[in-house]
Design a protein around this ligand. Structure first.
Ligand code: 5GP
Length: 173
């Protein structure tokens, strides 16, 4: 399995960056209960670590989205497969994404959630691939900026595999 993987960010590098992001995010939302919206499934590991690095009150919400369908290139279509269980009206919200690639998924999520009347709506993405952007989206916090390569691990999959790797690696077919 690991023959096709080139480690990009180790577990230690990820942990250090997540700790910084947690402090930065809390500093931008002082004294607010933050509604953290995990975009399933890819950002689940990142979200679990990130919320433990954000001091103070947070709520957890989960949003199921399908944009890739088991391959290494985007279908371009975005679909909500599991909606939030609670209203986000009047709440300070943070969308947690694993990676922003073309930007189509995040653009769709921002438009979909903004109309629900949150007090604020910010975005954190563990990874950013700006070289492949098809639509401009505002990503408020980025863990790491990467070149246009397909990555797996730390929640990111290829055909549902590799999500459990503690590091992020480039998948070399
Ligand atoms: P976008 O809509 O920005 O093109 O893509 C967003 C989604 O595509 C991400 O949430 C992720 O599920 C998937 N994706 C984009 N690039 C990669 C990648 O390099 N590796 C993996 N595993 N998924 C990716």
């Amino acid at each position: 399995m690991s023959a096709n993987l080139r480690v990009l960010f180790s577990a230690e590098q990820i942990a250090a960056r997540v700790a910084e992001l947690g402090r930065e995010i809390r500093a931008a939302h002082p004294d607010q209960t933050l509604t953290v919206i995990c975009v399933l499934k890819g950002s689940s590991l990142f979200m679990a670590d990130l919320v433990r690095a954000i001091p103070g009150d947070v709520r957890l919400e989960f949003l199921g989205v399908a944009s890739y369908h088991g391959g290494t290139s985007s279908s371009g279509a975005v679909q909500i497969t599991q909606d939030l269980r609670a209203s986000i009206e009047g709440q300070a919200c943070l969308i947690v994404e694993d990676i922003v690639d073309t930007g189509l998924t995040m653009d769709y999520l921002l438009r979909t959630l903004a109309v629900r009347g949150p007090r604020s709506l910010r975005v954190v993405s563990l990874l950013d691939k700006p070289g492949n952007r098809e639509i401009e989206v505002a990503v408020d916090y980025v863990g790491f900026t990467i070149p246009d390569e397909f990555v797996v691990g730390y929640g990111l999959d290829l055909g549902e595999l590799y999500r459990n790797l503690p590091y992020v690696a480039v998948y070399v077919p």
